[in-house]
Design a protein around this ligand. Structure first.
Ligand code: CDP
Ligand code: MG
Length: 751
């Protein structure tokens, strides 16, 4: 059998080609089922018995008998969804049966922890109960979500349940997208990042009368910081309700952290889930999952399949493989293959909730673990992996890495199969791996990511000593210091670790520190108009599109926009051209540019512009004549990402000595030679470490803009020496910070 896994990239493209724009429909592979003889034996031989543990081999016969009964049940469920009113659906949820007791506990306590299985109604119902019990009289009911997708989809659902227009009584707010109404909104779903930023404007969060911190068990970076902040808010405000909700893990710790507050458990209505492990270690989890999905589809009665994959690439490959193999089989019932991950356009995301007469096979990231409730899933396939952002303090960089999940995650995943009836969970890893290699719980994000933004935020909330902030699980000191160092280099912190004027401005922008630095500096260089566009372009997913079969054509179209010194300037050029053509969507499509993405850029730009106006920053322009100043301003934000040439297209990071290469689609190649020094937006690790979005710079700029970091001589010196200098820099800052802490403590003692 062909090992498709070697060819993932090609498969992804194939998938998108197949999927086109109307993905859901096109994947409804029924009539086009190609006639193929039984030559595809090897595929189905993907032999389950070899895969499973001997002692818990699946009895498919029994399963098939059971399928008849299940079919009736499933029909009943979907009939239920179709025929029952919203009110009846709401009253069917487990949380409804305990509504009175729950609301009594909330009335009697300022802070309550609520625990319940996924699907018990926490996210959609709690806010409505609070509204119905009059808690929105003097403020809004806020509900935070770690994920943008969840915030939007839940707000939509709740507005439907309440029978109102989204954005009026019920709204949502995510970064760069506020869909609420100042006068009318009573229930506001938002990402935890949004609430965190709001706490900057109003530390007591006075516009809220109640806050539901949803999905607390996820322990996202922003949720963890919010815990500390809300604990303070609760001390200051008598009139607030704070509700922490969690799937069935960690509840004890939350209650403990907030001062032994009551925990309320919503009785679950879950069905048993049979669990199977792989018998041997699979060398390819995509392949393993695909085979398993096909086997389920061919041998079982109704029930949707949910596959937990790592990220977009693997999801697309999996979808393609399933769809492709199904088309090659004869007499196979149709199946609807649906991907779900955060970058997926929301109209396609919505498909997973739509009722379907055929079996659905949903291929998801860990977003489907707890944030999204999918009804009708009977089979779960768990790869045991997820993609996590991991910060490496040594190289000062976040990277997305495929990592084993924890046992707690694995149990959550399995639980997804038992929501509407008994289910089955197939794990693509062995039980030895489960027992010996998976951690019991996952490591909170705060302990593994770059904290530059958090440090900046907390500093501006006057948390002077971060090592003393109320973290439920404090981040490693190394991470804090390194993030502080990064901010110091950018001029956001002074030698004693306090916010500078620059830092104060930076915190106003909902951007990563290097981008806000560039934007602020551009005012001085007289090109803030240009930088505003560049920064906005960097805040949306890629704008260029490259359809299958038209690669050359689309590459040629893109090359027409190239500004050879810089990918950043190339972006600027694209936007300016679009503007000259009256922001025309057709113009964009004609040039192989995603019109929707450009529209988003325009929105982001106008929001950043508002912030600049509030800060009374000058809007100036180099009038398209002097692009060197724009490059110089770009340079001012990227000291961490400066690289020196090593070979053709090959560079090394100036600070870390880590090798990195120009992306093949970089405009820089248009120069005809590769420049000695460049800065880049980010590193993307695939087979090599590609620099994404690159601008050539003059080494003197690095010295001029980052004197604490580079001198002209050093810029040409060896990297060992630079590392020593850098280490000395960190040591010096640590010393000064320590001295400052001692000084303050002495002062306090004397007072
Ligand atoms: O938060 P929790 O996991 O406890 O449950 P929920 O998200 O409030 O979901 C309760 C029910 O609402 C689910 O069983 C779904 O039927 C429904 N729901 C939906 O139809 N569409 C959504 N976007 C979210 C929930
Ligand atoms: Mg929920």
């Amino acid at each position: 059998m062909i090992r498709e896994s070697q060819n993932r990239a090609a498969m992804r493209e194939k998938f998108w080609e197949l999927a086109g724009t109307k993905m859901g429909n096109l994947l409804k592979i029924n009539k086009e089922v190609e006639k193929l003889e039984n030559s595809n034996e090897p595929l189905l031989n993907a032999d389950i018995s070899g895969h499973m543990n001997n002692d818990d081999e699946v009895d498919y016969r029994a399963d098939n008998q059971y399928a008849g009964a299940l079919k009736k049940k499933n029909e009943a469920v979907s009939e239920f969804a179709k025929s029952k009113t919203m009110k009846e659906q709401r009253e069917y949820l487990p949380v409804f049966s305990v509504r009175e007791e729950l609301m009594t506990v909330i009335r009697d306590n300022k802070i309550v922890v609520i625990v319940g299985e996924t699907g018990s109604g926490k996210t959609t119902q709690l806010t409505q109960y609070l509204l119905e019990d009059g808690y929105a009289k003097d403020g809004m009911i806020g509900c935070t979500q770690p994920r943008r997708v969840a915030a939007v989809s839940v707000a939509k659902r709740v507005s439907e349940e309440l029978g109102c227009e989204l954005g009026k009584q019920v709204g949502y707010s995510i970064r760069f997208e506020d869909c609420t109404s100042k006068e009318e909104t009573k229930i506001k779903y938002m990402t935890d990042g949004v609430l965190l930023r709001e706490s900057l404007l109003d530390a007591e969060l006075n516009q809220y009368s109640a806050i539901v911190m949803d999905e607390a068990h996820e322990r996202s970076l922003n949720t963890d910081v919010l815990f500390g902040i809300l604990r303070k808010v609760a001390q200051k405000r008598r009139d607030i309700k704070i509700i922490i909700t969690s799937a069935t893990m960690n509840a004890e710790r939350f209650s403990e952290f907030f001062g032994r507050v009551p925990t309320f458990t919503i009785p679950g209505r879950t069905f048993p889930v049979q669990q199977y492990f792989a018998k041997t270690i699979q060398d390819d989890y995509v392949d393993g999952a695909v085979k398993q999905a096909l086997t389920i589809h061919l041998q079982n009665g109704p029930g949707d399949i949910l596959i937990f994959m790592t990220g977009q690439e693997d999801i697309e490959a999996t979808c393609f493989l399933i769809a492709d193999r199904i088309t090659k089989l004869e007499n196979v019932p149709p199946i609807l293959v649906l991907p779900i991950y955060s970058q997926l356009p929301s109209d396609i995301q919505a498909k997973i909730f739509e009722p379907s007469e055929h079996r659905k096979c949903i291929v998801a990231t860990n977003i489907a673990e707890t944030s999204l409730t999918l009804d009708g899933v009977k089979f779960v396939i768990d790869t045991g992996l997820c993609k996590l952002k991991v910060y490496n303090p040594k190289i000062g960089m976040d990277a997305l890495q495929i990592t084993p999940i924890s046992q707690a995650n694995a149990n959550q995943r399995a639980g997804r199969a038992g929501r509407t009836g008994p289910g089955v969970c197939y794990r693509i890893y062995t039980d030895t791996v489960f027992r010996n290699e998976l951690l019991e719980n996952n490591i909170p994000e705060i302990q593994r990511t770059n904290l530059a933004n958090v440090v900046l935020l907390l500093k501006s909330l006057n948390v002077d000593n971060l090592l003393e902030f109320d973290f439920m699980d404090p981040p490693p000191q190394d991470n804090i210091l390194n993030s502080m160092y990064q901010l110091w280099i950018l001029g956001a912190l002074d030698n004693t670790g306090n916010l500078t004027e620059m830092g104060r401005k930076m915190v106003e922008f909902p951007l990563d520190p290097p981008l806000s630095k560039m934007l602020i500096m551009s005012e001085k260089f007289g090109c803030s108009q240009e930088m505003l566009t560049i920064v906005s372009m960097l805040s949306v997913p890629s704008i260029f599109f490259r359809p299958k079969g038209r690669e050359q054509e689309s590459d040629a179209a893109r090359e027409k926009f190239y500004v050879p010194e810089s990918d950043h300037l190339t972006y600027l050029h694209v936007y300016d051209q679009w503007k000259m053509h009256n922001y025309d969507q057709e113009w964009a499509t004609k040039h192989f540019i995603h019109g929707k993405a450009l529209k988003k850029v325009r929105e982001v730009r106008s929001q950043l512009l508002d912030i600049m106006k509030t800060l009374k920053m000058d809007l100036n322009s180099s009038s398209g004549t002097d692009w060197d100043v724009v490059r110089k301003a770009i340079c001012s934000g990227y000291f961490h990402n400066a690289a020196k040439i090593k070979g053709i297209g090959e560079y090394v990071n100036l600070r870390t000595g880590i090798p990195c290469v120009l992306h093949p689609a970089s405009a820089i190649y248009g120069l005809g030679f590769t420049p000695d020094y460049v800065v880049y937006h980010e590193l993307v690790m695939t087979s090599k470490e590609y620099m994404q979005c690159v601008t050539s710079v003059d080494p003197h700029w690095l010295a001029e803009l980052g004197p604490m970091f580079f001198s002209v001589k050093q810029a040409y010196g060896n990297s060992m020496m630079k590392r020593d200098i850098e280490k000395e820099g960190v040591r010096e800052m640590e010393r000064e910070m320590q001295a400052e802490i001692v000084r303050r403590q002495t002062e306090q003692r004397m007072m």
